[in-house]
Design a protein around this ligand. Structure first.
Ligand code: SF4
Ligand code: WCC
Ligand code: FE2
Length: 622
């Protein structure tokens, strides 16, 4: 990599990249460069290694083989590959949801010391949605019954997963008609894997239809359960001030970074960090305190509920280590590059893995379970404090940026007086043209955070309210979009509305599973207007996505009626049939499509057009 090129649009990204290079730390950018040129067949989705008669490749230029050994053509191979990405993404979110349901069950049995029901109100509300009689029952009984009912959602006993009932009736009819109402969370993923085995489903339309159902089993199933149970166990988020970027690390304090997705571990660590015993120990070791910060989505979970600061997003995870200021990094699962143990070895940082499902080179494994989590967390925080004295040189090159996070739908509606009516009025009046959910990852194929920040800036300038989650939310917070004064960057209508409410023009809705909060919000808006989600002036975008989970999110958004933009091209260009279905044909089935555009400036134009078209169809500007 040419040392003069900036890998990021952020100063901490570039300065810490230079520091990493100086320290001989290999980064994701180096490895990405070493992979060039990446395989063109794979890039187009035209390679298959599903069975051992292969691996096979279809020649996109029409000269070489047009089918694999089994006879699968480009359409089948591309569709199967995409469907397996959907299955993997759905499995990841939904398995995360399962872990939370297990904690909920353990709490109900008194087998999870340290955990408790933080939102009884939400527990009872969600339990009622599951048809559980809650009156006169004590909280732990309700918790046990809800955990049980949610476990059924994972299986094959139900006609549909329970929380699809949150979708507007019109949307549920669309799903019924298309045959994509998700039945069971594990069932849809399992069936997807079955159908993509050699010699099962060999119709690209039928495969992709199951792909939609599989993604919906995540969005309205596993991910939604993950978010709801997290709120029940750890509290419903409310707006809180926080700080972001690498500057949140503190020179004089013990720095502990949590990385991954599931708040089950990070919540216990955060509890241990504020205990008197640990603070006293830290002081005895010469530290002014214990500074817990997050990266990626487990950081988002803590930020949403506790205002805990955020050191960075996906591509910052190696760079944060190169500050030399991290005394311990504790990871759970997902999006944790297997490289970071090696990066940490250049410094004094202790690296800890905590999940029985996720192990990493160069990390010490300390397994967390509901019954031992409280104790484990204390042991680890102690070890981090002990490690404080081993620091060598510390380099924290930036000052932190202020931000506000914690916008759950409950608090958004609460701030509006309990109904979405004021928001709808603002949309009807055209002061807010519409809303876009900007979500997803970073990807070294795009300059770090460039896609997110450029797109969001354009959208708010054009009076479009932005809600964001996941790694985008860190990018936009670092760019200063998440302080109330950011309304100065918004168009006049959005400025007026957000100014009156005292909120920023970009609202942080949480982690990647929290994209379901967007589904709940658009359902409330559609119900209030008596329309379907696909009629609303809303859209989705994942400007720098990289992961299989992001594919699944994109597909459940589209299947829910939200037209969605993708920055990087998914591996589908080997089949024009699949491309056409995703970008045009789906409109007839679910009333929404995908659009792909790597350039965020152009993507903004695409999204604005989608919104203006919806407004027109609703007769809003007549
Ligand atoms: Fe090749 Fe067919 Fe096997 Fe895929 S499933 S590896 S295309 S033979
Ligand atoms: Ni969610 Fe994407 Fe970040 Fe990982 S943490 S990198 S899936 S957005
Ligand atoms: Fe390949």
């Amino acid at each position: 990599i040419d040392p003069r090129t900036d890998v990021s649009i952020t100063s901490d990204g570039n300065l810490l990249f230079d520091k990493a290079v100086k320290d001989n730390v290999e980064t994701v950018w180096h490895r990405h460069e070493a992979q060039q040129p990446q395989c063109g067949f794979c890039d187009m989705g035209l390679s298959c290694r599903i069975c051992i008669m292969g691996p096979c490749r279809v020649d996109p230029f029409g000269q070489g083989p047009q089918t694999g050994v089994c006879g699968a053509d480009a359409d089948i191979i591309v569709a199967r590959n995409l469907c397996r990405m959907i299955a993997a993404g759905a499995a990841s979110h939904s398995d995360h949801g399962r872990d939370l349901v297990e904690v909920l069950e353990a709490v109900s049995k008194g087998e999870a010391p340290g955990y408790k029901i933080r939102s009884e109100e939400k527990l009872r509300r969600v339990a009622r949605e599951y048809g559980i009689q809650t009156e006169g029952k004590d909280v732990l009984t309700v918790a046990g019954e809800l955990a049980d009912a949610m476990m059924e959602d994972y299986g094959m006993r139900r006609k549909s997963v329970t929380l699809v009932n949150r979708a507007p009736e019109k949307r549920r009819k669309v799903w019924e008609k298309a045959g994509i109402t998700p039945r069971g969370i594990d069932r849809e993923t399992s069936e997807m894997m079955h159908r993509t085995h050699m010699g099962v489903d060999n119709d690209w339309v039928s495969l992709l239809t199951q792909g939609l159902r599989n993604a919906l089993s995540d969005g309205w199933g596993g991910s939604m359960i993950a978010t709801e149970v997290s709120d029940i166990l750890f509290g419903v988020p409310a707006p809180k001030p926080t700080m972001v970027n690498a500057g949140v690390l503190k020179k004089g304090q013990v720095n502990i970074v949590v990385h991954g997705h599931n708040p089950v571990v990070s919540e216990m660590v955060s509890k241990a960090c504020i205990s008197e015993e640990m603070l006293a120990l830290a002081k005895a070791k010469g530290a002014a305190g214990i500074n817990l910060v997050g990266v990626c989505c487990t950081g988002n979970e803590l930020l949403m509920r506790r205002g805990i600061a955020m050191a960075g997003n996906h591509l910052m995870t190696e760079l944060i280590l190169s500050t030399g200021a991290v005394d311990m990094m504790i990871v759970d699962y997902q999006c944790i590059m297997p490289s970071i143990g090696k990066a940490a070895a250049c410094y004094h940082t202790k690296m800890i893995s905590t999940s029985d499902k996720a192990r990493f080179p160069g990390m010490e494994h300390h397994e967390f379970h509901p019954d031992n989590a409280e104790e484990k967390a204390k042991t680890l925080v102690k070890a981090a404090i002990e490690n404080f004295g081993n620091r060598k040189q510390v380099y924290i090159p930036v000052a932190p940026q202020e931000a506000v996070g914690g916008f759950s739908i409950e608090t958004i509606l609460g701030a509006l007086g309990g109904t979405p009516a004021p928001l709808i009025d603002a949309i009807k009046a055209g002061k807010i043209r519409g809303a876009v959910g900007v979500v997803g990852c970073n990807n070294p194929k795009i300059k770090h955070d460039y896609g997110h920040v450029t797109l969001i800036k354009k959208l708010i300038e054009n009076d479009i309210l932005v809600v964001d989650t996941g790694c985008v939310s860190v990018a936009s917070a670092k760019a200063g979009f998440k302080v109330p004064s950011a309304i100065e960057m918004a168009g006049p209508g959005l400025k007026e509305i957000c100014g009156a409410l005292g909120i920023p023009p970009v609202l942080h809705l949480g982690s990647c599973v929290d994209n379901v909060r967007i589904l709940v919000l658009v359902s409330a808006l559609a119900d209030a207007l008596g329309v379907d989600i696909s009629d609303l002036p809303v859209a989705g975008s994942a400007p720098e996505w990289y992961s299989e989970k992001a594919v699944t999110i994109g597909v459940y958004c589209v299947a829910s009626g939200i037209t969605t933009h993708l920055g990087p091209m998914p591996p589908v260009t080997g089949s024009m049939n699949v491309v056409k279905l995703l970008t045009e044909g789906l409109n007839d089935v679910v009333g929404a499509t995908f659009g792909v555009e790597p350039d965020p400036e152009k993507a903004a134009v695409f999204l604005i057009r989608v919104i203006e078209k919806k407004r027109k169809a609703l007769g809003l500007d007549s």
